[in-house]
Design a protein around this ligand. Structure first.
Ligand SMILES: NC(=O)c1ccc[n+]([C@@H]2O[C@H](COP(=O)([O-])OP(=O)(O)OC[C@H]3O[C@@H](n4cnc5c(N)ncnc54)[C@H](OP(=O)(O)O)[C@@H]3O)[C@@H](O)[C@H]2O)c1
Length: 274
């Protein structure tokens, strides 16, 4: 069994590496900082299981390169976990001119997932998105799906976490007949480095409430459950919280919006990657 997991070098992601290690033959870990990853992963007993690939989710060409490399090296991928993410100040632009929250949490994972689709389909695989309860306060402006006019950090973050749910459901809608399954989840409010790149208000809010947050190990539990539980025992396309399927917001179930977002993402990528 082959796993692709992003964001393996910190917080919840590192706990997933340790928790999923016994279940997979190959753990393919796209990371932005190879040195950090090598030092952390050297703690694992069998290094032959681990395949590091350099990938920076703010840079779409880097994601495309990493995704193509993985797709050509591993013909079957059983599980892809889009775990890497973060909250960035609204107005922050990547070198491709994208909103940074949109790039890291949505468009980068979009390229990775789309490029790996044939490999996932070959394995009748699973795609897992680490979303958030923050999606409940998302306010989608259909004319600004790229979030270039997002008013603040929280707005951008809540929207991209809604996008995670929309993409998971869209994948199921399009590919369930070919055996693909997909899930999204909220990990809980977890004590990690999350929020360290955000603006002063979001940082202050996280600092003030962090005392009540759960441990990264606990925060990894729902992802590990979804990655290891047989698909027949899970609800395809569902949004999970504490290992239970839970309704996302009504807009999170809007297949038409998911389709618009998918098409919009493809259109931007034609411009960026050509
Ligand atoms: N913590 C929470 O309370 C909470 C709640 C709901 C949802 N989530 C979601 O859970 C996921 C994991 O977050 P976390 O709490 O574990 O946060 P974290 O400790 O900050 O870890 C984030 C991971 O994403 C990676 N990453 C960030 N930007 C990247 C980029 N440009 N390219 C490649 N990798 C990148 C980081 O790499 P480096 O190690 O190189 O920094 C790190 O491994 C995120 O999607 C987050 O939105 C978290």
């Amino acid at each position: 069994m082959n796993l692709v997991l992003t964001g393996s070098t910190s917080g919840i992601g590192w706990e997933k590496v340790k928790g999923l290690y016994p279940f997979f033959d190959k753990m393919i870990l796209p990371v932005r900082n190879l040195e950090k990853a090598k030092s952390l992963l050297s703690k694992l007993p069998d290094q032959r299981k681990i395949h590091l690939v350099e990938m920076d989710l703010v840079d779409m060409k880097s994601v495309e390169k990493a995704a193509k490399q993985i797709a050509s090296e591993f013909s079957k991928i059983d599980v892809l976990i889009n775990n890497a993410g973060g909250m960035f100040p609204a107005g922050l632009r990547t070198k491709d001119g994208l909103d940074q929250s949109f790039a890291v949490n949505h468009l980068g994972p979009f390229i990775l997932t789309k490029t790996l689709l044939p490999n996932l389909l070959a394995a009748k695989g699973k795609v897992i998105y680490v979303s958030s309860e923050a999606h409940r306060i998302a306010k989608v402006t259909k004319a600004d799906l790229g979030l270039l006019r997002s008013p603040n950090t929280i707005n951008a973050y809540s929207n991209v976490k809604l996008y995670n749910i929309l993409m998971s459901r869209y994948l199921v809608n399009q590919y369930k007949n070919q055996g693909l399954t997909s899930y999204s989840l909220h990990p809980g409010a977890v004590r990690t480095a999350f929020g360290s790149d955000s603006g002063p208000v979001a940082k202050a809010l996280i600092r003030a409430t962090q005392l009540f947050f759960i441990s990264p190990k606990k925060g990894a539990e729902t992802s590990i459950f979804l990655a290891t539980e047989p698909s027949e025992k899970l609800v395809n396309g569902a949004y999970y919280v504490r290992k239970k399927a839970k309704s996302p917001t009504k807009i999170g179930m809007d297949i038409e919006l998911g389709k618009n977002l998918w098409n919009f993402s493809e259109e931007i990528l034609i411009k960026i990657l050509s």
